[in-house]
Design a protein around this ligand. Sequence first.
Ligand code: SF4
Ligand code: F3S
Ligand code: FES
Length: 248
Amino acid sequence: MGYDLKLRVWRGDKSGGELGDYTVEVSEGEVVLDAIHRLQATQAGDLAVRWNCKAGKCGSCSAEINGRPRLLCMTRLSDFDPAETITVTPMRAFPVIRDLVTDVSFNYEKAEQVPAFAPPPRDPDGKRRMMQVDVERGQEFRKCIECFLCQDTCHVVRDHDENKKSFAGPRFFLRYAELDMHPLDTHDRRALAQEAAGVGMCNITKCCTEVCPEGIHITDNAIIPLKERVADRKYDPLVWLGNKIGIR
Ligand code: SF4
Ligand code: F3S
Ligand code: FES
């Protein structure tokens, strides 16, 4: 059964913009991205929106729906009252390019700062070995689709652009944690996680975990263990002594 959906969509670019009101015909079972596409096709041909898979897997269609960071393609219209106006705005933590499209290059800059996986030489038979439990621990982190909704929602950068220089954000704490827990990685990332990535600025509000469309337990399984590892290093008596006499 179809009905008329009231949509309010942010239109504009980096110089400014405003919310535009539209009425779009939608059908039962559709998602917010369907309504946006119909709006584009029938009334606003120049509306900019980024998307690719329409299956919750590419991480492109991130935006804010009624102020909450969400994937447009995975948010069902049936989650809302048909009489309700649905407001769609671009991710607030990143600069707007146009309409719903933001410039997420902050995230790529932070990704570049994470040193690549550095395995030791192979065993004499040419293989590398690790325990199954370690393989499984990393699997959860590898589900990340880089939608950056966690980055968008984290209060450390959401309203504080000035923190972006010293804070990598939850998506990259996930990456640091994954690599630091990897038994075959030879790089000690704890100093970097603390100093360049600023894991200490996270005060465990868990908002990142709440919005992750992949259901990754970012705070409990990555950030808290990473903080513990960083603290172990910081309070290790040998590291402390090394810092005092300037050899580490
Ligand atoms: Fe998106 Fe979750 Fe990855 Fe963050 S951790 S970028 S919310 S999939
Ligand atoms: Fe931000 Fe997540 Fe920490 S929302 S403050 S990184 S728990
Ligand atoms: Fe790919 Fe939404 S279009 S995640």
